[in-house]
Design a protein around this ligand. Structure first.
Ligand code: SF4
Length: 278
């Protein structure tokens, strides 16, 4: 009974997370906890100037930089001056994979991961999907989106008139967070250098962020999914759309029609047509 209650609570928290209610879900987030408990003091210009001139050790907390800063993929690095030619993209992706190696650059290397889930699909894809991180099935297989959520993503891709082999799929982090929790900023901010390179090599026309976490790290903003959906953003020279994570759609199938609206926006941009119904 206790296990069932725990499962229900976890499902509800994941629902809130998918809706972009990060602070409610996240535990131990020192920035948001501090903001919740201690309203920052009102800072006059004179007070701020005086404190900025003070030695760092004397500064009040509200003048210190946040512990985990969100930076959009656009601001992480300038766009490459030269682009990888289509014939060399597959090799360029292999080179990134080799650079990752048996990576131990962030804490997820020591959190029970079995496989580094690099990415999957066409190196010359026009469309790229980015999720949050590998789950149990992906951790076992080394391929992103292969479980139930992966099957739903495959269906979504087919409904857009494409095959899975024609798109590219990756995640914000390449190692499974324990218990499928949201990647911590230190993990995402360490791993994002590789996803950034993958996007720069593939050069998709459109990137689709699957879920609030992917959108948050790609765009460098912490906003609700509803405020990010239904309009275009930019990411590394590509247009970026935000929609629900397939795992969320499995938990709340009522939102599938909303996700379909997001995909139709992408299809219109890319000139894709839904396959005729047989
Ligand atoms: S999540 Fe990324 S940075 Fe962290 S250990 Fe895995 S591959 Fe390395």
């Amino acid at each position: 009974m206790a296990g069932e209650a725990e499962q229900q609570l976890r499902a509800y928290l994941e629902y809130l997370r998918d809706m972009g209610v990060h602070d409610f879900y996240r535990q131990g987030d020192p920035v948001s906890a501090e903001v919740r408990e201690t309203p920052p003091p009102v800072a006059t210009i004179a007070a701020v100037e005086e404190q900025e001139a003070a030695p760092v050790s004397n500064r009040p907390a509200f003048l210190e930089p946040p512990i985990a800063t969100l930076v959009s993929f656009n601001d992480l690095a300038p766009l490459p001056e030269s682009r990888v030619a289509p014939a060399h993209k597959a090799d360029a992706l292999v080179a990134i994979k080799e650079e990752i190696g048996d990576c131990t650059r962030c804490p997820l290397a020591y959190a029970g991961r079995r496989t580094i889930v690099f990415g999957d699909g066409d190196a010359n894809a026009r469309l790229m999907f980015v999720g949050e991180g590998p789950g149990a099935d992906e951790d076992t297989s080394g391929v992103p989106f292969v479980g139930k959520a992966g099957q739903l993503l495959n269906n979504m891709i087919q409904a857009m008139g494409l095959k899975r082999e024609q798109v590219y799929i990756a995640n914000i982090v390449k190692c499974r967070p324990p218990a499928n929790r949201v990647p911590e900023p230190v993990e995402a901010n360490t791993c994002d250098q590789f996803l950034l390179q993958q996007i720069d090599v593939v050069q998709p026309q459109v990137v689709v962020a699957l879920g609030a976490t992917a959108a948050m790290y790609l765009l460098g903003v912490k906003q609700s999914l509803s405020s990010l959906r239904g309009r275009w953003h930019s990411c590394r020279g590509a247009k970026l759309a935000v929609t629900y994570h397939p795992a969320f759609l499995l938990r709340d199938p009522r939102q599938k029609s909303e996700a379909w609206k997001d995909l139709q926006m992408v299809m219109a941009e890319m000139g894709l047509k839904a396959p005729a119904k047989s």
